[in-house]
Design a protein around this ligand. Structure first.
Ligand code: NDP
Ligand code: OXD
Length: 313
């Protein structure tokens, strides 16, 4: 069995080494421009179109991330790029869920305990105790109750604040109030103090973090966006911060990455910026999961994590 690998900025030799260990019978190679030799599987992150177009020999394409928006954008821009023969399969957790829970919990607790404001006081050499936010009304709303969102929401619920979750289809999760579908979106948002975004980026979810959404939240709410930059209408965030409807935001993802040096977000002290690191792709866990799924497909079994191309996730 032949496997093509492509992951820009990664240590390809280390990945190929680990795959060779996990799949000793496989012939592995890093894809280079112009390589059209046969392959059964492709393991990729943000591949160029020419890597996949016309490759009708592929049985599956493994996306080395949870989000498949970049690869589906290729298909959208150039229909027919994804070989009909191949299933598109994404990573499921592979160590990202605990990382995401740490990141989001840190951000939520920082706002709950007003550490962001204490940092400002320290910068001004001022000693003052601020009124605590009441935990019982510090409602956290998590957009997306998939592999990552459900874990994040359940982790937060253990801290005792009310936690709500929102998904496309109805879900029941212990300790959470759950809402589903557009008809329940406004009820989900009503009074939320911290909005956490863990939706996939699809035509239905693009721009979901906008002025209308912010207006439904509690006054002085917080935003944590760890999904995709395309979910956020950037001008609406700046307006909501200026008006006080939002108090602060923590952003890990941006429309343009790296965030350009001249971008206004860098100048806004109420925005905390991190460089798309909330949940990194871990090599050992990812190689293990992909290798197990390749073994299963070779046996003729079905696997989980297959992307529904119509839904876009
Ligand atoms: P999943 O596919 O497991 O979960 C997606 C969730 O979003 C599901 O609950 C789904 O609903 C819900 N959803 C999808 N579309 C809609 C919609 N239109 N309305 C309401 N709910 C919707 O994804 P993961 O949890 O694995 O990952 C989520 C996203 O996190 C990824 O797509 C990626 O963009 C981002 N990510 C960011 C990382 C980072 O480092 N910043 C790292 C990893 C991922 P339903 O349950 O009904 O299907
Ligand atoms: C992912 C990501 O989708 O790293 O996995 O953003």
């Amino acid at each position: 069995m032949k496997i093509l690998f492509y992951m820009p900025h990664a240590d390809a030799a280390a990945w190929l080494h680990d795959f060779a260990h996990a799949l000793p019978e496989a012939e592995l190679r890093e894809w280079q421009a112009g390589d059209t030799a046969p392959a059964d599987f492709a393991v990729v992150w943000r591949p160029p179109r020419e890597m996949l177009a016309g490759r009708d020999d592929l049985r599956a394409i493994f996306n080395l991330g949870a989000g498949v928006d970049a690869i589906l954008a290729l298909e959208h821009e150039h229909p027919g790029t994804l070989p009909r023969s191949a299933q598109l399969i994404r990573l499921e957790d592979t160590g990202m869920a605990p990382q995401m829970a740490e990141y989001v919990t840190h951000a939520v607790l920082r706002y709950l305990r007003r550490f962001d404001e204490y940092q400002t006081l320290q910068n001004e050499r001022r000693w003052a105790v601020l009124d605590p936010h009441p935990r019982e009304t510090f409602t956290v709303g998590v957009l997306g109750l998939g592999v990552l969102g459900a874990h994040v929401a359940q982790t937060l619920a253990a801290f005792g604040m009310p936690v709500r979750g929102y998904s496309r289809s109805a879900r029941q999760i212990d300790g959470l109030a759950t809402f589903a579908g557009e008809a329940q979106f406004d009820t989900f948002l009503d009074g939320v103090k911290v909005l956490v975004n863990l939706l996939p980026h699809t035509p239905d979810t693009r721009d979901v973090l906008n002025a209308r959404t912010f207006a439904k939240l509690a006054r002085g709410a917080y935003l944590i966006n760890v999904a995709r930059g395309g979910h956020l209408v950037e001008a609406d965030l700046l307006d909501a911060l200026a008006s006080g409807q939002l108090a602060a935001a923590t952003l890990d993802v941006f429309r343009e990455e790296p965030l350009p040096a001249e971008h206004p977000f860098w100048q806004e002290p109420r925005i905390t910026i991190t460089p798309h690191m909330s949940a990194l792709t871990l090599r050992e866990e990812s190689v293990g999961q992909v290798a197990r799924k390749i073994d299963a497909l070779m046996r003729g079994d079905t696997v989980s994590g297959v992307v529904n191309l119509e839904r876009g996730y």
